[in-house]
Design a protein around this ligand. Structure first.
Ligand SMILES: NC(=O)c1ccc[n+]([C@@H]2O[C@H](COP(=O)([O-])OP(=O)(O)OC[C@H]3O[C@@H](n4cnc5c(N)ncnc54)[C@H](O)[C@@H]3O)[C@@H](O)[C@H]2O)c1
Ligand SMILES: [Zn+2]
Length: 413
C-alpha cells in the first residue's frame, strides 16, 4: 500500500488509525472515464401513418417502467399537415395504447429560440406532463423547434429522453444529427444550451413538400458544406443536379439529404469529439460569418441561406490566400448560385462588423481561433488566424459577383 496516500487519508481501503491523525494536505485524484451512447437515426416517410412502426419500435425498445410521452409540434408542421393531431392520437391508440400524449403546438422558426417566454412555456408544459427521466419528449419540427424543445428536455430532471422528428431539409441534413440543444440569448445565437444526445432521430421525408422555398433550400447549403469538407463525390452530385434541387425534384434531392445526414451522423459517432471539447470545429466551414450574418440581418435570412454566403466567403478567402484553385473556387460559387442561394446580403456592406463574427466565434468555442478551410473540394484543413485585408477583399468580391449575376438584392431571402 502507498504509505503517502494513507498518510493523506486516501487509499484503496480504509483501516483503523494506528497513529496520529493525518495532517491536512492537498489531495489530487484524477481518473478518465467514458460513457457509451447509442445514436439512433431512422429515415422514413409519414411517421404517424397507420402501418409505420418506426416510432413505435423505438418507444417499445426502450424497456422502462415509466414511459410517459409529451409531444411538441412546430406550428407550421401542424398547420400544413391535415389532421395531424388526430393522426398522432390514432397512432398512439393503435401502437402504444398505454400512452395518450398531450400534443403541444409551439411557434416554428427562430422566434422559438429568440423569445424566452416560448422556452418557459415548453418547460411549463413538460412540468405539467409529470415526466420522469425514462419518459419521452418528442419534438417535431425544424431545427429551431428541435433545438429549443431539446434544451428544455435536457435540463428537466437533468435529462429526459428526446426523440427528434426532423421536418426541414436543414434539420434532416444536419442539425438533428447533432448533440447540441439551445436557444439564443443576449442577442447571440445559441448562447444558452447543452450538449445532450437524443434518444433517436427520425427524418420524416414526407414532410418536406410543404416547406417554403427558402427553407427547402436551407439544408442544401449544409450538404454542400459537408461535401466540400469530406465528400468530393457528393459535391459532384450536387453540382450536376443543382437545377433539380432548385426545382424541388425529390428523387434527386432526397439522396443528398440522406448522404449529408449520414456524414453529419458519422462525424458525431466517429470523429472522437462529439461534445466539442477541442478547439477545432471541423464541420463549421462558413459558420463564423453565417452566425454573424443571421444576427446582422435581424434573422431575416435563415441559417441555411447564411451558411451559403459563409461558404462563399470562406471559399473566396481560401482562393485569395492561394490555397484553393480558381477552378474549384468557381465551381463552388456556381454550385451555390445554381442551387438557388444568394451569395450576398446587404448587411455585408458593414464588412468590419461582420468580421466581428470571428471574435464571437472564438468566444463561443473557447481556446485558439480554429476555422476549417479547404485546399480543394473534399480536402479540409484548419486555419488559426485571418488576414483581414484578404477577408475584406473576399467579402467585396461577392458584392461584385452578386452584381455580375444580376441578382436583385431586394428579392433576397
Ligand atoms: N443543433 C445544432 O447542431 C444545429 C445545427 C445547425 C443549425 N441549427 C439551428 O437550426 C435552426 C434552423 O433550422 P431550420 O433550417 O430547420 O429552420 P427552422 O426550424 O427555423 O424552420 C424554418 C421554417 O419552416 C417551418 N417548418 C418546419 N417544418 C416544416 C414543414 N415540414 N412544412 C412547412 N413548414 C415547416 C418552421 O415553422 C419555420 O417557420 C437554427 O436555429 C440553427 O441555429 C442547429
Ligand atoms: Zn449550420
Amino acid at each position: 500500500m502507498d504509505s503517502s496516500n494513507l498518510k493523506c487519508g486516501i487509499s484503496e481501503s480504509i483501516s483503523e488509525p494506528t497513529g496520529p491523525v493525518p495532517a491536512p494536505c492537498n489531495i489530487a485524484h484524477d481518473a478518465e472515464f467514458c460513457c457509451r451512447f447509442t445514436h439512433r437515426l431512422r429515415f422514413t416517410g409519414d411517421v404517424f401513418a397507420a402501418g409505420n412502426e418506426t416510432l413505435s419500435n423505438i418507444l417499445n425498445e426502450a424497456t422502462s417502467d415509466c414511459s410517459n410521452v409529451a409531444i411538441f409540434i412546430d406550428a407550421n408542421v401542424a398547420r400544413t399537415r391535415t389532421n395531424q393531431a388526430n393522426k398522432i392520437n390514432d397512432y398512439f391508440k393503435k401502437y402504444l395504447p398505454e400512452n395518450s400524449p398531450k400534443i403541444h403546438v409551439v411557434p416554428g422558426g427562430e422566434q422559438i429560440k429568440n423569445q424566452q417566454q416560448n422556452f418557459k412555456q415548453i418547460l411549463d408544459a413538460i412540468e405539467q406532463s409529470h415526466l420522469c427521466r425514462k419518459s419521452f419528449v418528442i419534438a417535431i419540427g425544424g431545427g429551431a423547434v428541435l433545438d429549443a424543445v431539446g434544451f428544455a428536455a435536457s435540463i428537466t430532471h437533468r435529462g429526459l429522453r428526446l426523440i427528434r422528428i426532423a421536418t426541414t431539409t436543414l434539420s434532416q441534413a444536419d442539425s438533428a444529427m447533432a448533440v447540441k440543444n439551445g436557444i439564443n440569448a443576449f442577442g447571440k445565437k445559441n448562447y444558452m444550451g447543452v450538449f445532450s444526445t437524443p434518444w433517436a432521430i427520425i427524418n420524416d421525408e414526407a414532410t418536406l413538400k410543404t416547406l417554403a422555398m427558402p427553407h427547402w433550400l436551407a439544408g442544401f447549403s449544409e450538404a454542400i458544406k459537408v461535401a466540400l469538407l469530406k465528400d468530393p463525390l457528393l459535391f459532384e452530385y450536387i453540382y450536376r443536379n443543382c437545377g433539380g434541387i432548385r426545382a424541388r425534384n425529390l428523387d434527386v434531392s432526397v439522396p443528398v439529404i440522406r448522404r449529408s445526414a449520414r456524414l453529419h451522423f458519422d462525424h458525431i459517432t466517429l470523429n472522437g469529439d462529439p461534445f466539442e471539447t477541442e478547439d477545432a470545429r471541423p464541420l463549421d466551414f462558413g459558420h463564423w460569418s453565417a452566425h454573424k450574418l443571421e444576427q446582422m440581418s435581424g434573422f431575416e435570412i435563415s441559417h441555411g441561406q447564411a451558411v451559403a454566403i459563409g461558404i462563399a466567403i470562406d471559399a473566396t478567402y481560401a482562393n485569395f490566400m492561394g490555397w484553393l484553385g480558381d477552378a474549384d473556387h468557381r465551381r463552388i460559387l456556381e454550385c451555390l448560385d445554381g442551387t438557388g442561394f444568394r451569395l450576398y446580403h446587404r448587411s455585408m456592406q458593414h464588412a468590419n462588423t461582420l468580421l466581428g463574427g470571428l471574435d464571437e466565434f472564438q468566444e463561443h468555442l473557447g481556446g485558439r481561433l480554429t476555422i476549417p478551410s479547404i485546399s480543394r473540394i473534399g480536402h479540409a484543413f484548419d486555419i488559426f488566424e485571418i488576414d483581414t485585408n484578404q477577408m475584406l477583399a473576399a467579402i467585396s468580391y461577392l458584392e461584385r459577383f452578386n452584381k455580375w449575376g444580376n441578382h436583385n438584392e431586394s428579392t433576397s431571402t
